[in-house]
Design a protein around this ligand. Structure first.
Ligand code: ZN
Length: 231
């Protein structure tokens, strides 16, 4: 009762807004309002082994499964969510979506064997400026939702890359292929690893990281992202 009173009073001075639509959140809502929660563009790819994200990697790399939680379209709510997560100092948005996604993964046999989640590492300089790695926030929420372990520093970057936005698809592969390393390969031997990122576009970063992880003995690799931006 007292807690609710304090929360109601606080919300008068510091109103909490939905991270997807900016409407005021009401009591009992957290991070994303009920309306957005119902109407977000969920892919349900975790129920379909032949989904478009998985297909993107077919013939290129040995994966157990791949999925993305939401469809990404410019100018829509998922773009707003990703903006909040990356540029508005809202790490909680990543954790929140991770929990939701993790709960749906936990009910799917596709990801039932996963025992550890590793986020794509952000370069140290970028992480220092942003204050957090958005993929690690998603990973943290996923781990809670799935009831397994997150290993935020399972992989690391070994040199800085130039911004990738102006490069074509082929150049992107070349650009990132050498820059990731597995931090402690021994500790990952024989594991089923879910590698995660915020948004999948070409998939080149996930591809590069998954390739490094596949050098660890007897691992199985799964991929997931918050959102999929179809090219
Ligand atoms: Zn909303």
């Amino acid at each position: 009762m007292i807690k609710e009173l304090i929360q109601d009073t606080l919300s008068i001075f510091y109103p909490q807004l939905c991270a997807a639509c900016n409407d005021l959140l009401v009591r009992g809502e957290d991070t994303i309002c009920t309306k957005c929660n119902i109407h977000l563009p969920y892919t349900n790819y975790h129920l379909d082994p032949d989904n478009p994200v998985a297909k993107q990697f077919w013939g290129k790399i040995r994966l157990e499964s791949a999925s993305a939680f939401l469809h990404f379209h410019k100018g829509e709510k998922v773009q707003q969510l990703m903006h909040q997560l990356k540029y508005a100092h809202r790490p909680d948005v990543g954790v929140y979506i991770g929990k939701l996604c993790g709960q749906s993964f936990a009910s799917s046999h596709v990801f039932s064997k996963v025992d550890v989640i590793i986020p794509i590492p952000l370069h140290k300089k970028k992480e220092r400026i942003r204050g957090y790695n958005q993929a690690a926030c998603f990973s943290e929420g996923l781990a809670i939702g799935m009831g397994i372990e997150s290993c935020p520093h399972g992989m690391k970057r070994i040199k800085h890359t130039d911004t990738q936005t102006r490069k074509n698809r082929f150049a992107r592969y070349k650009n990132v292929s050498e820059v990731f390393a597995v931090t402690d390969p021994k500790s990952l031997e024989g594991k089923h690893i879910l590698l995660v990122d915020d948004v999948i576009t070409t998939g080149s970063t996930l591809y590069a990281c998954a390739n490094m992880l596949l050098e660890v003995k007897d691992v199985k690799i799964y991929l997931a992202a918050i959102a999929f931006a179809e090219l």
